[in-house]
Every structure is written in C-alpha cells, then in structure tokens.
Write a protein that binds this ligand. Structure first.
Ligand code: NAD
Length: 369
C-alpha cells in the first residue's frame, strides 16, 4: 500500500454551527442530548483554543470507539473508595468529556468543604484537552494539578530508546485569578500530542523537527512513522507505524512522563502501560490523578492572587528574545487564539472535515448548510 499524504487545503467553520452538528452526530450515535452537547462543546472548545489535536478531528475516532463498544454512552462514575478529602472513582470507559466533569466536580465539592482534595479517576474514556478540567476547578476558585496517563496507548519512546514504552501522558495545572481568566499550563509530555501528528497527517500544521524517532533510530517529523502507510478511507491509527513519538525535554520530559504513568496509571488503579496483547479490542482511556487546593487554606486568597499577578507582570517584563516577540505565561496563547478564532471561525483541514462529514452521514446527522 502506498502512503497517502493529504492535501493542505482547509475549510473555515462557524463554532456554533459546528458545535450543533457535532452534538447531533453524538446524539444520533447513541448519547443523550446533554452528553452529546457536552462532548461537542469540549471538542469545539479545544479547536477554539488552538488545540486542533483535541478538537473535532477526534469525532470519527470517538464514534468508531462507541460503535465498537470500546467507550460507552451515559456512564456515571462508581465510587470505589472515599473520605472527606479523597476519592477513587471508576469512569467505566464512559466518554471522558462526561466522566471528567463528574470527577472534577467531586474534587471541587471536597476541596471547597475541606480546603484540599485528591481525586484518583480510573478507566475514563479520552479526557480530551486536560486544560478543561483545570479551568473548571479555577472557576470555583481552586488551584488544581492533573496528572494523566493514556492506558493501552503506546506511542512514545523513552529517552535513550527507540521502542514505544510510554503514552503521551499530559500534565496540567490551573491557577484561579480574580479576573476570572485562570493561568493554565497544559501539555503532553511527548514532543507533540498524538493529535498534533494526526493534524499533520491530515494536511494541517507540520510537527516540529525531531518530534519522532524512526524504527532505525533516526529523528524525523514525518507522521507516517507513527501511523504507517494509510489508505484514504481509513481512520488513521497511531498504533500501526514502525516509529514512535519522542518525549519533550530529553531526559527531563522522559522522567516526567514516567511519573505520570505511575501517578495516573499505577496509583489510580487504571494501571500503568505494559505490552499490549490484543491491539484491536483494547480500551484506550485515561487515568487522572487530580489535586485541588483552596488558596485560603494556605494563607489569604487575595494575598495569593496578588503574588501571582505580580509574578506574571515580572515574567512578562523580560525583554523579548526576538524583536517583535512577546513573553507569554501559561494559558495566554490559548486565550489569544480563542479571541481570534471566535471572530474569524475555525480552520480545519479539508481532509479532517470530510472524515467528520462521512461519520455524520453514517449515523444520519443532518449536514450543515
Ligand atoms: P502545547 O505544546 O501547545 O503546549 C501548551 C502549553 O504551553 C499551554 O499551557 C500553553 O499556554 C503553553 N504555551 C504555548 N506556547 C507558549 C509560549 N509561546 N510561551 C509560553 N507558553 C506557551 O500542548 P501539547 O503538548 O500539544 O498538548 C495539547 C493538548 O493535548 C493539551 O490540551 C493536552 O491536555 C492534550 N492531551 C491530552 C491527552 C489525553 O490523553 N487526554 C494526551 C496528550 C495531550
């Protein structure tokens, strides 16, 4: 089979109309109206913030997982164990956008009552953009830290290795601000999120040089090493390529990735990754260990906000490295992108859009006019 490289043409979509269409796809596929709306809003929200990797490009894959029984509609988390300040919750492979809300709300409730909380979420469907969860906690005045693994997804080689032993394991933290706009640090511990490779494969933004390692140990940015040869009508599968993503930051990123697997995999009960026995039937899902903290418990909420504001101003007062450049703090880039895309519409590669439309047609959703 010859590799297929997709055309670099793109479409511009109105966020509201896209949300309505994506929600209809999930409703037709078997979700309640509320759950479908929740999934659609979060996917389009990721596109609005510039994280196309975790946006609507996932629709075909999510619907396929639902139809194959690998993710389930309408799930409520099971409480495995809990006390005033912690809980272990089982997401039973419900949609991550839906399960994530339940887990985060449990953490918010406990932290608001007791000052701090730790929530270990196991077996969630794909939780999407993890920044969503930090933003949800920040909206309730809470600092939060989220450590995530991707169970049954081996896409990343450890530092010094060329074989897949790790997942893209994101790390995220959020800090509430009096303005209502939180500081949100949110990234995959791989050199690029898998979805960014998917975007590149679909004709979107190319990956950074050296984001991948080939089977023979050379560095590349060609996503075909992750996906393998593609036929035009298949949903790209990152498990089929001979190469691997690399971790960011050499040994440091590799170490952080290792830690995510331990915290979000081993400690939550999701399980850390290991050899994958049945590649077709595996449930790819997330474990997430989240820590919630009310600033008031550590001193004064206002004092904390002043410290953060002052530090942001100090950091941003650095002279730019390049003429015309700007120092950004975590979350700022996403805010700028959201303002621009809310006004101008969402760009999506033609190929990604056609894949969404064919999924929509397959479940009987009305194509947008
Ligand atoms: P990324 O490389 O774009 O990094 C994003 C972070 O860096 C943000 O906090 C952003 O504000 C900050 N940032 C970006 N540009 C900056 C600049 N110029 N100066 C200062 N800070 C800057 O993110 P990524 O690694 O591609 O991850 C994308 C998304 O993928 C994230 O939302 C992550 O949660 C998600 N993800 C999810 C899973 C999952 O299994 N659910 C797995 C991997 C990644």
């Amino acid at each position: 089979m010859e590799p297929v490289r997709h055309q670099q043409t793109s479409v511009i979509l109105a966020p509201d109309a896209l949300t309505t269409y994506v929600a209809e796809i999930f409703e037709k596929a078997g979700c309640s109206q509320t759950e479908a709306g929740c999934i659609a809003t979060r996917l389009v929200g990721a596109n609005l913030r510039g994280h196309d990797s975790h946006g609507v490009i996932r629709v075909p894959r999510y619907v396929d997982a639902l139809q194959r029984g690998l993710v389930h509609a309408g799930q409520t988390v099971d409480v495995i164990t809990e006390n005033d300040v912690m809980a272990v919750l089982d997401g039973k492979f419900g949609f991550g956008q839906w399960i994530g809300e339940q887990a985060v709300d449990a953490g918010i409730e406990k932290a608001r009552a007791n000052g701090v909380a730790i929530i270990a979420l196991r077996n969630s469907g794909h939780l999407g953009r993890i920044g969503d969860w930090a933003e949800r906690a920040a909206a309730q005045g809470l600092v939060s830290i989220h450590m995530v693994n991707v169970k049954n997804s081996l896409l990343v080689a450890p530092f010094g290795g060329r074989d897949r032993r790790m997942s893209t394991s994101p790390f995220c933290a959020g800090i509430p601000m009096p303005s209502g706009i939180p500081v949100v640090l949110d990234f995959a511990t791989s050199a690029a999120a898998e979805g960014k490779a998917l975007v590149a494969l679909s004709g979107g933004k190319p990956l950074p040089e050296g984001a991948l390692i080939t089977a023979d140990g050379s560095l590349t940015n060609d996503p075909l090493h992750l996906y393998g040869p593609q036929s035009p009508d298949q949903i790209p599968n990152p498990n089929l390529g001979p190469g691997a993503l690399r971790t960011f930051g050499d040994h440091k990123g590799s170490g952080l990735n290792f830690l995510m697997e331990i915290m979000a995999g081993a400690l939550t009960g999701t399980g850390a990754n290991g050899p994958i026995v049945d590649k077709q039937k595996r449930n790819v899902g997330n474990g997430m260990l989240s820590i919630y903290m009310a600033p008031a418990v550590f001193g004064s909420t206002d004092g904390f906000a002043t410290e953060v504001r002052n530090y942001i101003d100090f950091v941003k007062s650095s002279r730019p490295a390049e003429a015309g450049g700007e120092v950004l703090v975590p979350g700022e880039k996403e805010l700028k992108t959201m303002a621009q895309r809310s006004a101008d519409g969402l760009p999506l590669s033609e190929n990604a859009w056609q894949n969404i439309v064919s999924t929509g047609d397959q479940v009987g959703a009305q194509r947008p006019g």
